[in-house]
Design a protein around this ligand. Structure first.
Ligand code: ASP
Length: 342
């Protein structure tokens, strides 16, 4: 007899787990004891569920690398016992957590599906019910005993995205996420339509969980008029190892001498500079315009179409692995988990 599919539901916090106190109207966290009250349909699934709750529950703005490490440990400890994982998480920083986990969970061969909602589960019009149920179906889906989605993904508003390709772009719409440079992995309608060619393939190797993350990085978002002191102070922050330069368009930046000199100095001081576009779609192409050619000469690394969320977490991961600068720079240009087009 086939064993029952088992899913571990990991509850970290966020709007999805909120219910409204009928008397005060205040939102308070849901406990798993009354989850079935709000989602009685869970009883109809022919899956075995188990629940893991983080204490304290966190609004996702309070998530940090130490939380990502805890989450990775929970998955590692339960990896062999479950067929798939559903992570309930606030949407605000979900793209960061999903990106981080994609790097930390090397050789992932099971689904880790993040979901949340814009309206609490305890509200009549909640989007959480649908997001949650779709995520369970996706985490449980298998073909010939192989998971259909063996990667870290985000399921929101009937779409499944590769986690490290997403950005939260809307604070009100139920469709809160965009994956500007990679198509959706699946769409939920009457059927769940999986786009198998776009989904990572399992490698059947043993899971390796990386638990060292180095936070000594910064993002320098360019804007017309950015001043010399701001750039200098950022690039000379004590302990700094890498900076994401959020550039314009196809990776362009001012060509004024003081700016280029400061970047050059930073590279000479051993800081990794990673060029990521501010655009939500399209790619950095160093050398396409005169305004990016100089960056290439200085030794700034082009991030092609990586998101800022993915760039932040990939840098923390690579620096956490303790690779020398040259190796970090090489791996930044390689797609490790499908996070960029190369
Ligand atoms: N502030 C909430 C959070 O990210 C919003 C949400 O759950 O979507 O935790």
């Amino acid at each position: 007899m086939r064993e029952q599919t088992s899913i571990l539901i990991i509850y970290t916090g966020g709007t999805i787990g909120m219910v409204q106190d009928p008397k005060s109207g205040v939102l308070k966290p849901l406990t798993f004891k009354n989850l079935y009250r709000y989602l009685p349909v869970l009883e109809n699934f022919d899956y075995q569920f188990d629940f893991y709750t983080f204490r304290p529950l966190l609004d996702s703005s309070n998530m940090s690398p130490s939380f990502w490490i805890e989450l990775a440990k929970v998955i590692e400890e339960n990896y062999e016992s479950f067929d798939g994982f559903v992570v309930l998480h606030g949407s605000d920083t979900m793209a960061y957590t999903a990106s981080a986990l994609s790097f930390m969970l090397e050789n992932l061969n099971k689904p880790v599906i993040f979901t949340g909602s814009q309206l609490p589960l305890g509200m009549v019009r909640t989007d959480g019910r649908e997001n949650f149920i779709n995520s369970i179906e996706i985490a449980a889906a298998s073909e010939q005993e192989t998971p259909v989605v063996p990667e870290v993904a985000i399921c929101f508003e009937n779409k499944l995205y590769r986690g490290n390709r997403t950005t939260k772009f809307n604070a009100e719409h139920f469709g809160a996420f965009v994956s500007g440079n990679y198509p959706v992995l699946a769409e939920v309608g009457v059927y769940i339509r999986y786009y198998g060619d776009l989904i990572l393939k399992p490698n059947f190797k043993k899971l390796k969980v990386h638990k060292e993350l180095d936070e000594n990085i910064a993002i320098l978002k360019l804007f017309p008029g950015i001043n010399q002191n701001i750039v200098r102070n950022t690039l000379t922050t004590p302990g700094l190892k890498a900076v994401i330069l959020e550039t314009f368009g196809a990776g362009n930046a001012p060509t004024v001498a003081w700016f280029l000199d400061l970047l050059k100095e930073a590279v000479e001081n051993g800081i990794v500079l990673f060029n990521v576009t501010q655009c939500k779609g399209g790619s950095v192409d160093i050398g396409k315009y005169e305004t990016s050619a100089e960056l290439g000469k200085i030794g700034v690394i082009g991030g092609t179409d990586i998101t800022t969320e993915s760039a932040v977490t990939k840098l923390m991961y690579l620096l956490g692995c303790g690779f020398p600068k040259k190796e970090v720079e090489r791996l930044l240009q390689v797609s490790l988990r499908g996070e960029m087009t190369v």
